[in-house]
Every structure is written in C-alpha cells, then in structure tokens.
Design a protein around this ligand. Structure first.
Ligand SMILES: [Zn+2]
Ligand SMILES: [Zn+2]
Length: 298
C-alpha cells in the first residue's frame, strides 16, 4: 500500500522571510563595498580598501546563499525525486571551509604583527569604516537571526556576519586601548582572541552543513513531538518499528512501519495509515511522510 504523495514544497514566494533577509544582506554589503571603495580611493588608506574587499566578499557570499536558498526550494523533479534541499548543506560546508581559511589568515597576520612588534597606525577614515562595518554586521546578524525555520544557509550567513562583527569590535577596541595605553601589542592580541570566537562560528557552520548532508536525524525536540503523535494513535496499531527521519533543506523526511493484526480489514488499515500520516504532516508542514503497514507475525 502506498501513501498518497504530499504536495512538493513550492519555490519561495518573493515574500519568503529567508530569501528576503539574504538578499537584503547581499545588497547592504554591496552598497558598503562601493562606499568603502570610494573612501579608500579618496584617502588612499589601505585599511579602508581592504575593508571594501571584505564587504565585496560578503555581498558575494550572501548572494550565493540567497541563490542556494532558492535552489533548495525548487520542487522535486524526475532527476531529483527527493527535491533539491541538499544545496543548503553543500553551500554551508563550502562556506564554513572558506570562512575557516579567512580566520586562518587573520591569525597569521595577528601573529606576525605580534612577533614584529608592529606599531598600529589607523587613519581616522579607517576607524570610521570599522565602526560602519560593525554596525551593519550587527544589523544583519539581527535580521538574519529573526528568520524562522532552520535553514542552514541562513544560519551560515548569520554566522558570517557575527564573525565580521567580532572582527570590527576587536579592531575598534584594539585601537582605543592602544591609544589609551600606548601598548601596541594589545591590538594583535585582541585580533587573536576574536579569531578564536570566529573559529567556533566556522565549526558551527560546518557541523550544521555536514549534519544535513549525512542525513542526521531530526533534533530531539522534533523527535519527541513525532513520538507523541504516534503515541496518541497507539490504539490503532499493535506495534511500530523503523522510525527514520532526516532533513534536506526545507523538507523533513519521516518514515515509520506500523504493525496491524494480520486479519485486519484493508480499509481500516488504510484509514489508520492515512490519519496518522495526516497528523504528522499537520505537525510538520511541508514534510514527506511514509507510513508503511506491516501484518503481525508476517
Ligand atoms: Zn565578511
Ligand atoms: Zn516493517
């Protein structure tokens, strides 16, 4: 007996909160990149030009995430009967790796500055640009953090802006402390401290992406909700086994085998399977549910 196919998840509407937040992040970063580039050219400050390059990379990453978010919501087709949700996990793993490389670069330059006992010299324009970067990263962290649902690309984008926020905060704090104390090693030391926080964010992005690619089970809270639904229908089947769950982008896949008396009428079994499947779909909108009936003793 086969469950009726639930409707495939639709492509995101233009009003989709995740898609909207990601494209806002891409546009804000692009505008910042242009502004910083203009300031950098006008003042000749290398620090400002480097910050412009970072904002440009931010815009590209957010645009890539927005693209992946949409791609993951393209309905299942003949070639991809399970849908395209794995785009999210693949993008998160790629981005986590890239960000880890950037954090490694920050560590190397901070270590070199410490060893060479470099003097920190930042023009006023550089400080202003750090402040603007920090504020916009904080804003984007907030906006992306408010998106409901558990999209790993939205989480990866938010982690990226938290990393930029940490870098800007460490930069501003370093400059102020160096000014106040005259000790130049404070700045690279703060940079190393921020890099440790950033490495944690990268690990989180990689872990979430890999969990989805490796078909990790749904989180414990969702599993216990699922078990509660099955328990509520406990009088309609004898036993259950083979409960398996996974997630692919926006779609959860849930399957379970229910055992019925061998002599139970097919119509009643089918109704039970249908009702239980519907209850699960209602609790997990957009999920693909397969309830398979087994005959006791067979
Ligand atoms: Zn960045
Ligand atoms: Zn079975």
């Amino acid at each position: 007996m086969k469950e009726r196919e639930p409707a495939a998840p639709a492509t995101p509407s233009p009003g989709d909160a995740g898609a909207r937040a990601l494209s806002a992040a891409a546009w804000l970063s692009a505008v910042l990149a242009l502004g910083k580039f203009a300031v950098g050219l006008a003042t000749g400050s290398l620090a400002v030009l480097a910050s412009a390059a970072d904002s440009f990379a931010d815009a590209l990453m957010s645009a890539a995430n927005g693209w992946g978010y949409r791609q993951a919501r393209v309905p299942a087709d003949e070639d991809h009967p399970f849908g395209h949700g794995k785009w999210e996990g693949a993008l998160a793993v790629g981005q986590g790796t890239l960000l880890l490389g950037i954090v490694g670069g920050i560590c190397v330059s901070a270590a070199l500055a410490l060893i060479r006992a470099e003097e920190v010299r930042w023009p006023l324009a550089g400080v202003a640009v750090l402040l603007v970067s920090g504020i916009s990263s904080g804003l984007l962290t907030f906006v992306l953090g408010r998106v409901r649902g558990r999209s790993v690309v939205v989480a990866a984008d938010a982690a990226h802006y938290r990393i930029d926020l940490a870098a800007a905060a460490a930069g501003v704090a370093g400059l102020l402390l160096v000014r106040a104390t005259g000790r130049h090693w404070i700045d690279p030391l703060l940079g190393l401290g921020a890099a440790a926080l950033m490495a944690r964010e990268c690990a989180g992005v990689l872990r979430k992406g890999l969990a989805e690619l490796l078909d990790e089970s749904l989180p414990p809270a969702e599993l216990s909700r699922l078990e509660a639904i099955l328990a509520a229908h406990r009088d309609r089947y004898l036993d259950l086994h083979g409960l398996r769950t996974r997630r692919s982008g926006p779609v959860r896949f849930i399957e379970v085998h229910l055992v019925f008396p061998a002599e139970a009428p097919l119509g009643a079994v089918h109704r039970a399977v249908q009702d239980i499947g519907d209850s699960i779909r209602e609790a997990f909108p957009g999920s693909r549910v397969l309830v398979h009936p087994d005959a006791a003793g067979h």
